[in-house]
Design a protein around this ligand. Structure first.
Ligand SMILES: Nc1ncnc2c1ncn2[C@@H]1O[C@H](COP(=O)(O)OP(=O)(O)OP(=O)(O)O)[C@@H](O)[C@H]1O
Ligand SMILES: O=C(O)[C@H](O)COP(=O)(O)O
Length: 408
């Protein structure tokens, strides 16, 4: 898809004196009501600084957490942090679409910024609507009248069809922010990336990973799918390898037992393009111990916590010939130094592929911790990136495409 002809960007926006609602994704880990990590805020600094330096009046819209969660908190700490990152005062207003919110937005001067309250404090924002209906929600009807334009920079939330993402661009001229633009540039043209194309699916979100594998194999996007992490363990069990009780119980307790059947179906349909671990690492006598798959099961109480070196050599050989590699989810329990090897080495090898794309915010922060750098693109999105990597449309992007444009 050449999205650039269908969506306007900040280059098309006459910013000076314009009041812009900017949807960002600053959904962050929270520790005792404070921000535990500001990576997602830093990602939006370019977009926000540009708008402010060009004389825009900026109202920031964002969600934080989900109702009921410990991270479902106000955006006050986000506003404080943005003020430091943008090096200018950023006012926080504890309202999103009431008179108080409208008044705060109306009184902005050129180059001034306000952060409105967590959009999900308002119940309709946690529902999925089609864009026309989303445009008739209280949030959009209440706030849109004081905005001249809408910028969506929240790529990481673009797979949600929620009012702040699809409602505003239905009634206001919509623009992609700089984060959205760079994500669409890379992930929106996945079909145009060099082949052979290798997908590495690791981590613990087994149903999502199997969905991705189905989709990319069915569409012919993937020449190889390399499995690792809990996903690799599920595929090994589907291939009738006895991983022992500890790993099986873990998969069962996560509610992923049915995924074994899906993995089996996938192996039946596309087995020639799916690579399975050849060895796994367990903890034995306090150390890392690697066991070849044909020597399994492990001893009682031992669980497969990482891929081993024989698997790494096998996967690295496939990566040597790859044109593009797309990775999501760690290869093992990287949080434990004993089991970080698989993730560190596999992701490290992937940086030598001409086009290397990492999907998933948590994976990205794990890699930063492990000191693995040098990818062509590290996406800010988890679920949104996965959806795009299967060449599926994102509702918030479609809403920008279909909504009014300033020159219509
Ligand atoms: N063999 C394994 N056994 C148990 N847990 C594992 C294993 N391999 C990986 N994990 C765990 O998987 C978790 C990460 O998986 P997940 O799918 O959530 O990846 P993620 O990087 O958070 O994805 P995203 O960035 O898309 O949110 C880590 O906490 C890691 O310890
Ligand atoms: O963290 C994310 O993936 C995005 O902010 C979307 O959050 P959600 O999964 O709660 O909609």
């Amino acid at each position: 898809m050449d999205w650039s002809t269908m969506i306007d960007t900040l280059d098309d926006l006459d910013v000076e004196g314009t009041t812009v609602g900017v949807r960002v994704d600053v959904n962050s880990p929270i520790d005792d009501e404070s921000l535990a990590d500001d990576a997602r805020l830093r990602a939006h600094v370019d977009t926000l600084s540009e708008l402010l330096e060009r004389g825009g009046r900026v109202a920031v819209l964002a969600h934080q957490g989900r109702p009921g969660g410990n991270d479902f908190v106000s955006l006050a700490p986000h506003a404080d942090r943005l003020s430091v990152l943008l090096d200018r005062p950023v006012e926080y207003v504890d309202a999103t679409f009431t008179d108080a919110a409208r008044e705060a937005v109306r009184s902005l001067d050129n180059g001034e910024c306000v952060v409105l309250e967590n959009t999900r404090f308002y119940s309709e924002e946690y529902m999925e609507f089609d864009p026309e209906r989303a445009a008739r929600t209280h949030l959009v009807e209440g706030l849109a009248p004081v905005l001249d334009a809408y910028v969506n920079d929240a790529f990481a939330a673009a797979h949600r069809s929620q009012p702040s993402l699809v409602g505003f661009p239905t009634v206001l001229p919509g623009y992609a922010g700089r984060v959205m633009e760079s994500e669409l540039d890379v992930l929106g043209s996945i079909e145009a990336t060099p082949e052979p194309r290798v997908y590495v699916i690791g981590g613990a979100k087994v149903p999502d990973s199997i969905d991705v594998a189905w989709s990319v194999l069915e569409k012919g996007l993937a020449d190889h799918v390399l499995t690792a992490g809990v996903v690799g363990n599920v595929f090994l069990i589907a291939d009738e390898v006895d991983l022992g009780d500890s790993s099986s119980d873990f998969i069962y307790n996560q509610g992923y037992w049915d995924e074994i059947d899906r993995a089996q179906d996938l192996l039946d349909a596309y087995g020639d393009r799916i690579a399975l671990p050849r060895d796994v690492a367990v903890e034995r006598d306090g150390d890392r111990h690697e066991i070849a798959v044909n020597a399994l099961p492990p001893r009682d109480g031992e669980a497969a916590m990482d891929i081993g070196h024989s698997t790494l050599a096998y996967y690295e050989r496939i990566l040597e010939d790859a044109g593009t590699v797309i990775l999501n989810g760690p290869a093992g329990v990287f949080e434990d130094e004993t089991f970080e090897t698989g993730t560190k080495e596999l992701y490290g090898a992937a940086t030598s592929v001409p086009m290397s794309i990492v999907g998933g915010g948590d994976t990205a922060s794990a890699l930063r911790q492990l000191g693995v750098e040098g990818f062509s693109h590290v996406s800010t999105g988890g679920g949104a990136a996965l959806r795009m990597l299967t060449a599926e449309p994102l509702p918030a992007v479609t809403a920008l495409e279909n909504g009014p444009r300033a020159n219509d």
